[in-house]
Ligand binder design. Structure first.
Ligand SMILES: Cc1cc2nc3c(=O)[nH]c(=O)nc-3n(C[C@H](O)[C@H](O)[C@H](O)COP(=O)(O)O)c2cc1C
Length: 175
C-alpha cells in the first residue's frame, strides 16, 4: 500500500510530528506540502498542518479540498489545548472538508505546538489592548507555557500510534 505523509509547517512543530507519523509506516513517503507529489498515485494520505485562525492553514485546505475518493487521515498542531472546543472545531471542519470529496476518513491526531514568540509580539502591537490576544491573562500564560513544551515525546508516540491505526484501517499491514 502506497502511503503519502505530507505536512505544512511554519516553525517546525508539525514537521516533527509528520516525521514521527512517517516513521511508523513502512515504506511511506514524507514530503512538505509545497513539494508533494500528485496524491492520486497513493492509497493512503496523511496530511499534517498548523492551525491558522481556527482552521487548517491555507495550503492544507487547498490540498485536502482537491482529494477525491481517497483514504485520508490528518494531524495538526496548535497553540490551544488538544482537548479544547477550539481543537474539536478544527478537527470537525477539516473532517467535513475531507468528506466533501467522497474520501474515506482514517482518523486524526492533534497536539499542542509552541507558538512563535514573534507572532505574540505582533499581536500585542497590532491588536486593541482589550482584545483577548493582546492581553496576557493567567489562563493564556499557562496555555502558552504548556504549548512551549510541545510536541514532546509523548505527543510523538501518540502520532506514531495514530499512523499505525490509520495504516491498518486503510488495509495496510497485510490485513
Ligand atoms: C498566524 C498564526 C495563527 C495561528 N492561529 C492559531 C489558532 O487559531 N489557534 C491555535 O490554537 N493556534 C494558532 N496558532 C499557533 C500554531 O498553530 C501553533 O503554534 C503550531 O504548532 C505551529 O506549527 P508549526 O511549527 O508547524 O508551524 C497560530 C499561529 C500563527 C503563526
Amino acid at each position: 500500500m502506497k502511503t503519502l505523509v505530507t505536512y505544512s509547517s511554519l516553525t517546525g512543530n508539525t514537521k516533527k510530528v509528520a516525521e514521527a507519523v512517517a516513521s511508523a509506516i513502512p515504506g511511506s513517503e514524507l514530503h512538505p506540502i509545497d513539494q508533494s507529489p500528485d496524491p492520486s498515485g497513493y492509497d493512503l494520505i496523511l496530511a499534517g498542518f498548523w492551525v491558522d485562525r481556527g482552521e487548517a492553514d491555507r495550503k492544507t485546505k487547498e490540498f485536502l479540498g482537491k482529494l477525491q475518493g481517497k483514504a485520508v487521515g490528518f494531524f495538526f498542531t496548535l497553540g490551544a489545548y488538544p482537548d479544547s472546543a477550539h481543537a474539536d472545531d478544527v478537527a470537525r471542519v477539516t473532517g467535513e472538508l475531507i468528506e466533501r470529496g467522497q474520501n474515506e476518513p482514517m482518523g486524526s491526531f492533534r497536539c499542542q505546538g509552541k507558538v512563535d514568540p514573534a507572532l505574540l509580539g505582533r499581536m500585542k502591537k497590532s491588536l486593541p489592548p482589550d482584545h483577548p490576544h493582546a492581553r496576557m491573562t493567567e489562563e493564556r500564560k499557562a496555555r502558552l507555557t504548556e504549548a512551549a513544551k510541545h510536541p514532546n515525546d509523548k505527543d510523538l508516540e501518540g502520532a506514531r500510534a495514530f499512523a499505525l491505526e490509520a495504516f491498518e484501517r486503510a488495509g495496510g499491514g497485510g490485513r
